[in-house]
Design a protein around this ligand. Structure first.
Ligand code: PEP
Ligand code: MG
Length: 752
C-alpha cells in the first residue's frame, strides 16, 4: 500500500479520538475531507444505513452540494452505493453512468466526476453504510485505491456505527417531540472502556459499597462497640463466608472454594483475630483495633519480596471490610441482583463471583479502580463489564433500563426501541437465545446418516449444566487455565483433583478432554510474574510454560490422572510446536503414572494423549505427529493467528483474521487426511466449529468431531442435520481448488 494511504489510515485512527470533543456532524465532515484529500478524490461521501427504516442516507460529503446531505436517500440495492451495501462488496467504475444501477442526482454537483468507487462499511455481519469516492473519469480508481478505501472503511466502521446509532436516536426523539420511542429526555449515552465483552439489556441496580477507601473509611465512624459485639461480628463474618462459599460452590465450584478458602483461613488465623482481641481487651475501641491489626498485616504483606504474599493484601482488605461491616452493621438490607446490571464504584473479585452466582446480567464499574484480576474474572465468568469514570452513574434511579454493549464499551441508559431494534440480533446471539432453537435431542447425524460428534468446550464447571448431558458427546475442550486465573495462587494438586473429578463425574462416562495449562499471551495469572515479554504470544506460554515449570505441570497431570480413574479420559497439550516437544510432554505423563503407581494411587492407566494443532510448524510434519498421538484437535483460533500472522485480539487487523484463508482450509484438510491415515480422531475445537457456514467444509474434509461452547450447540446440531456428506465433500473440493480469498468467499456466500 502506498505510503500516503498508510498515512490516511493513521489520520483516520486519530479521528476516532476526536469523537468525544466534536459533534457527530463535525466528525463525519472531517472524515470525508480527510479521505477525499488522501485519495485525491473530487468527491467523498458517507452514507449511513438505518436498518429500522431500511434506508441509506447521505450524511456527509466533500464535493456534493451541502443541501444534498440528509436529502439523498437510497433503498438498499438502489444506485451503486445501495448495491455495494446489499452485496457487501466494493464496486469500482471508470464511468459510473455505464453501471445499470447508477442513479443520477442532477442538482448534487456530481456531474463530471464519473470515476466511482463505493465500499460498504461493515461491522462483522452488520451493515453500517457506504463510503464513496468520485473523480474525473480520466483518473479511474485502481486496485490499490480499492484496497486503501476498504482499509479506511473498516477503520471507520466502529466510529460510524456509534455515530449512526446516536443520530438515529436523535432524529427519533426530535420527531416525536419528546414522546418516548427513544427514551427522549432521560435517554443518555455514556462511553466506557470494555473490560469483558458481551451485550445485555437489563434494569440497573446500584451497589453501594463502602469499600472504596477500604477499612480506613470506618476510622471516623465515631461509634463505640464492645468486645462481645466484636466476637459476634467475627462469628457472623465466618458464617457469612461459609454460606457464601456454599452458595457459590453450587454454581461455580471450581472458583468458589479457591477464592473464599483464603479468607476463611485468614479469619481462623489466631494472630489475626487474636491480635484484635488483645487490643480490645487492652482498652482500644474495637473498630480501631480491627483497623490497627489490618494495617499491620497490610504493611508486612505489601513489603514482602514474595509477590504471592503481596497479592494477599487484597484478600485481607476484603475480609477486614466484611468484619467492619458486621461490627458497625453498616451494610443494610440485602439487594436482589438477579438479571440486573450492577453499577458499582468498586468490585472485589469475591464480589464479582458472588454477584455472578446470583445471576447478574453485567456490571458497570464507575470511577475506575479495576484490577486486571476483576477484568479477567469477568471474562472467565462471561459477564459483560465496562469501566467508566462517571461517578454520577451511582445516582441513577434503580431499575433504569440499560443496554450494555460491553464489546464496544458503550452504555445506553433508557434506550428507545430504535436502538434496541438495532441490537436485537446481537442481543439474541450474546444472551445465548439459541435456547429458542429447540435442540435436537440425542446423538447428532447428517441428513444422510453420518454420525458427527458434538462436544462441549468449557471454561468453568458451571458450563456443564447448560445442556442436557445426553444432547452432546462429552467435553472436547476443558480450558483448565480458568481455575488458575480466578484465584490468588496456584491451585494445589488436591484442589485440582477436586475440580477435575467433579467434571468427570458430571459426564457420566462420556469423554472428558482436559487441556493442560494454557497461560501466557492474553491469559495472565495475577499471582505469577510471567515477566514482561516483547511478544507474549510468541513467548513463554502454554505447554512451554508447563515444560519449564515441571513441578506445576506434574501436579496438574497427577490431578488429572487421579480424577480420571475409570473414565474416558483424554489429556490434551496446547500449543505444541514440534514432535520432540510433544514427546517431552507425553513423557511427563508417563513419569507421573510411575510415581502414582509407586505410591499406590488409583488413577487412569490408559488415558488417550493428544494435542492441539495451533501452530503451523506442525503441518509439515503432520504424518509423524499423527503416528505418535491418540487424537488431534484443531485450535483454529490460534492456528489462524499464527498462520496469517494476525493478532486475534487486535481490533485493527480483525478484517484480516480469516478462517477461510486458503492456507487455513488446506491446513485443516491436510491435518484431517493425516489423522485418517493414522486412524485417529480429529476434531475442531476453535471457533470455526461454531460457525454454520464452515460446517459443510469441515465435514467435507473428514472432521468427525466438533467442539464448541454450549450456546452454539443447538444451532450447529440443526445445521449438521441438514447436510449430506456427498454435498459437503463437493463443497470442500471446490473450496480447496482456489488460492483466492475472494473466490472462496463467493463459494461460501453461495454467489457462484
Ligand atoms: C484455539 O486456539 O482455537 C483454542 C480452542 O484455544 P484457545 O481459544 O483457548 O486459545
Ligand atoms: Mg488456543
Amino acid at each position: 500500500m502506498p505510503v500516503d494511504h498508510i498515512k490516511m489510515l493513521c489520520d483516520i485512527s486519530d479521528l476516532n479520538s476526536l469523537l468525544s470533543e466534536k459533534t457527530f456532524t463535525d466528525c463525519l465532515q472531517k472524515a470525508v475531507e480527510m479521505v477525499s484529500s488522501h485519495m485525491k478524490a473530487d468527491i467523498c461521501s458517507i452514507y449511513l444505513y438505518d436498518e429500522a427504516y431500511n434506508v441509506l442516507t447521505l450524511k456527509a460529503s466533500k464535493g456534493l452540494s451541502p443541501d444534498s446531505v440528509n436529502r439523498i436517500k437510497l433503498k438498499p440495492g438502489e444506485g451503486i452505493a445501495g448495491t455495494a451495501l446489499v452485496e457487501m462488496r466494493s464496486i469500482a467504475e471508470v464511468n459510473a453512468r455505464s453501471n445499470p444501477s447508477f442513479k443520477s442526482y442532477p442538482d448534487s454537483g456530481e456531474a463530471g466526476f464519473d470515476a466511482y468507487l463505493a465500499v460498504p462499511i461493515l461491522r462483522g455481519r452488520f451493515k453500517i453504510g457506504v463510503l464513496v469516492v468520485q473523480r474525473n473519469s480520466s483518473r479511474p480508481f485502481v486496485e490499490h485505491d480499492i484496497m486503501a478505501l476498504q482499509a479506511t472503511a473498516s477503520q471507520l466502521a466502529a466510529m460510524l456505527e456509534h455515530i449512526n446509532l446516536l443520530m438515529i436516536t436523535d432524529t427519533a426523539s426530535s420527531k416525536r417531540h419528546g414522546a418516548s420511542r427513544s427514551g427522549t429526555s432521560s435517554y443518555r449515552f455514556v462511553k466506557a472502556k470494555s473490560a469483558s465483552g458481551g451485550i445485555k439489556f437489563a434494569p440497573a441496580v446500584i451497589k453501594n459499597g463502602v469499600r472504596r477507601h477500604g477499612p480506613a473509611l470506618f476510622k471516623g465512624s465515631g461509634s463505640r462497640h464492645t468486645l462481645e459485639e466484636f466476637e459476634n461480628a467475627a462469628r457472623s463474618t465466618e458464617s457469612q463466608l461459609e454460606d457464601l462459599q456454599k452458595k457459590v460452590e453450587e454454581k461455580l465450584s471450581d472458583a468458589a472454594s479457591l477464592i473464599f478458602a483464603s479468607h476463611i483461613l485468614m479469619l481462623k488465623d489466631e494472630a489475626f483475630l487474636g491480635g484484635m482481641r488483645r487490643l480490645i481487651e487492652g482498652g482500644t475501641e474495637p473498630v480501631k483495633a480491627v483497623i490497627a491489626v489490618f494495617e499491620k498485616y497490610k504493611r508486612i504483606f505489601s513489603q514482602s519480596p514474595n509477590h504471592l504474599i503481596r497479592e494477599k493484601v487484597q484478600d485481607i482488605e476484603d475480609l477486614t471490610v466484611r468484619l467492619l461491616d458486621n461490627l458497625t452493621q453498616s451494610e443494610t438490607e440485602e439487594t436482589a441482583y438477579e438479571g440486573k446490571i450492577v453499577i458499582a464504584s468498586e468490585l472485589f473479585p469475591s464480589d464479582l463471583l458472588k454477584l455472578s452466582a446470583e445471576g447478574i446480567a453485567g456490571a458497570v464499574l464507575v470511577s475506575g479502580g479495576v484490577t486486571s484480576h476483576v477484568g479477567i474474572l469477568a471474562r472467565s465468568l462471561r459477564l459483560p463489564l465496562v469501566i467508566v469514570d462517571e461517578p454520577d452513574l451511582m445516582n441513577i434511579p434503580g431499575d433504569t433500563p440499560i443496554l450494555l454493549d460491553a464489546d464496544m464499551g458503550n452504555i445506553y441508559l433508557n434506550p428507545g426501541v430504535d436502538i434496541l431494534d438495532r441490537f436485537s440480533e446481537r442481543l439474541k446471539e450474546k444472551t445465548g437465545a439459541d435456547s429458542t432453537i429447540d435442540i435436537i435431542p440425542g446423538s447428532c447425524f447428517t441428513a444422510d446418516g453420518t454420525r458427527v460428534f458434538i462436544r462441549l468446550n468449557i471454561n468453568l464447571l458451571s458450563d456443564l449444566s447448560q445442556l442436557n448431558i445426553d444432547d452432546f458427546d462429552g467435553v472436547g475442550l476443558y480450558r483448565t487455565e480458568f481455575p488458575f486465573m480466578i484465584r490468588n495462587g496456584f491451585p494445589s494438586e488436591e484442589e485440582q483433583f477436586f475440580i477435575y473429578k467433579k467434571l468427570i463425574d458430571g459426564l457420566d462416562g462420556r469423554p472428558a478432554t482436559i487441556r493442560t495449562l494454557d497461560i501466557g499471551g492474553d491469559k495472565v495469572l495475577s499471582y505469577y510474574d510471567l515477566q514482561k515479554e516483547d511478544n507474549p504470544f510468541l513467548g513463554m506460554r502454554s505447554v512451554r510454560f508447563s515444560l519449564a515449570h515441571i513441578d506445576i505441570f506434574k501436579q496438574q497431570i497427577r490431578a488429572i490422572l487421579r480424577a480420571g480413574h475409570g473414565s474416558d479420559l483424554r489429556i490434551m497439550f496446547p500449543m505444541i510446536s514440534s514432535l520432540d516437544e510433544y514427546l517431552r510432554a507425553r513423557n511427563v505423563v508417563e513419569s507421573c503414572m510411575d510415581e502414582l503407581s509407586a505410591n499406590s494411587y488409583q488413577f487412569n492407566t490408559s488415558p488417550k494423549i493428544g494435542m492441539m494443532i495451533e501452530i503451523p510448524s506442525l503441518i509439515g510434519i503432520i504424518d509423524e505427529m499423527a503416528a505418535e498421538t491418540d487424537f488431534m484437535s484443531i485450535g483454529t483460533n490460534d492456528l489462524i493467528q499464527y498462520t496469517i500472522a494476525v493478532d486475534r485480539t487486535n481490533e485493527k487487523v480483525s478484517d484480516m483474521y480469516l478462517p477461510h484463508h486458503p492456507s487455513i482450509l488446506r491446513s485443516i484438510a491436510r491435518i484431517s487426511e493425516a489423522c485418517s491415515r493414522a486412524g485417529i480422531e480429529v476434531s475442531v475445537c476453535g471457533d470455526m466449529a461454531n460457525r454454520e457456514k464452515y460446517i459443510p467444509f469441515l465435514l467435507g474434509v473428514g472432521i468427525s468431531s466438533l467442539s464448541m461452547d454450549a450456546v452454539y450447540i443447538p444451532r450447529i446440531k440443526k445445521e449438521v442435520g441438514t447436510l449430506s456428506m456427498k454435498e459437503c465433500a463437493r463443497i470442500a473440493e471446490r473450496l480447496l481448488s482456489t488460492g483466492r480469498i475472494s473466490e472462496i468467499e463467493s463459494i461460501l456466500n453461495g454467489t457462484v
